[in-house]
Design a protein around this ligand. Structure first.
Ligand code: XLF
Length: 321
């Protein structure tokens, strides 16, 4: 592949003129521009974006950091956000953390190396590093100083799930709780529990703090709960609701006739599950569009102020209750 010096030689112009043309900075005559463009096409030259970023301290790249895409919720989020960014000329770099702090730290290092103009990170753990960053960061769910935090109204979602079970006459409630170090998980649990307490009802908590990729461990854990005690279970997200329903089928407990299940997310899998999943929607469309607007504005203004945005949730009634 041709480099900038070869282009200059072929055009019989200086490297500085070629650089002005490529970077659209400064004057280049019409005649020279036409010549340069012709040579660029002929020699199949493409810009070295990495070198350009180091030179200009601006890369036109946005870093996206997600736990994984095995959870369809994050895959859908990244697809929508990546598309919006691409439409306005941004490139994206994608890293996965698997909810591991060290992997996240490395991902942040990669982003810095590429001089990204901004970052969107889901379920961040490296709070200190992120709060010290000078570029705008949108943090999905984790509260971090000097950062724009966007999350669903998880607490209200938990309360609404409880209210819905009560409205359907359910009396023996349990919550399948995810990792307690995720704020969103705790907010959902607190909302569900607080609402039950208000009417003098106790809920049971079924711990499901697992790597959901480890199927063996997942089904072993599900086998430890005594399902006879419940008529309704609120799962902390759609994917855990999916595992739960699958396990209940295996042990011949009927959903919703014997146990009703509510999930949280409304990822696209919810609609196709059997029975289709009643779930608390945290709208990917609203979260992504709000995050995108806030990120674009922060890049434009260079503002590094703490902002916390809560996106309302909505119950989607299907067949699992
Ligand atoms: O962190 C929470 C738990 O799982 C996140 O919003 C999710 O609901 C995605 O599935």
């Amino acid at each position: 592949m041709a480099n900038i010096r070869e282009i200059a030689k072929e055009c019989n112009l200086s490297v500085a003129t070629i650089s002005r043309y490529i970077n659209k900075k400064g004057n280049v005559s019409k005649k020279a521009s036409e010549k340069i463009e012709e040579v660029i096409q002929r020699l199949n030259y493409t810009t070295n974006e990495h070198a350009k970023a180091i030179f200009s301290e601006q890369s036109n790249i946005i870093g996206l950091i997600f736990p994984d895409f095995l959870n369809p919720y994050f895959g859908e989020m990244a697809t929508l956000l990546g598309g919006l960014l691409q439409d306005v000329g941004y490139k994206t770099i994608l890293c996965f953390t698997e909810d591991d702090k060290e992997k996240e730290f490395n991902a942040l290092k990669i982003m810095k190396g590429y001089r990204v103009d901004g970052i969107f990170i889901a379920r961040a753990k490296c709070i200190d590093e992120i709060s010290k960053m000078t570029i705008p960061v949108i943090s999905f769910e984790t509260i971090i100083e000097n950062t724009i935090v966007v999350s669903a109204d998880n607490y209200t979602g938990g309360r609404m799930a409880c209210d819905y079970f009560l409205s359907k006459g359910k009396k023996k409630l349990a919550h399948l709780i995810g990792p307690r170090d995720f704020k969103a998980v705790m907010d959902r649990y607190n909302g569900f529990q607080d609402r039950a307490k208000e009417i003098g009802m106790d809920i049971d908590v079924l711990d499901f703090d697992l790597n959901l990729l480890d199927m063996k461990a997942v089904y072993e854990r599900l086998a430890t709960f005594d399902y006879k005690k419940y008529d309704a279970i609120f799962a902390f997200n759609d994917i855990s609701a999916g595992f739960l329903i699958d396990y209940l089928k295996k042990i011949q407990i009927r959903v919703p006739e014997e146990i009703s299940v509510i999930g949280f997310d409304n990822s696209f899998m919810a609609k196709f599950m059997s029975p289709s999943l009643t779930t608390m929607e945290q709208s990917i469309f609203d979260i992504v569009h709000r995050s995108y607007d806030l990120l674009m504005n922060a890049i434009k203004t260079g503002d590094k102020q703490f902002v916390s945005e809560k996106i309302p949730v909505k119950l989607i009634e299907r067949d699992s209750v």
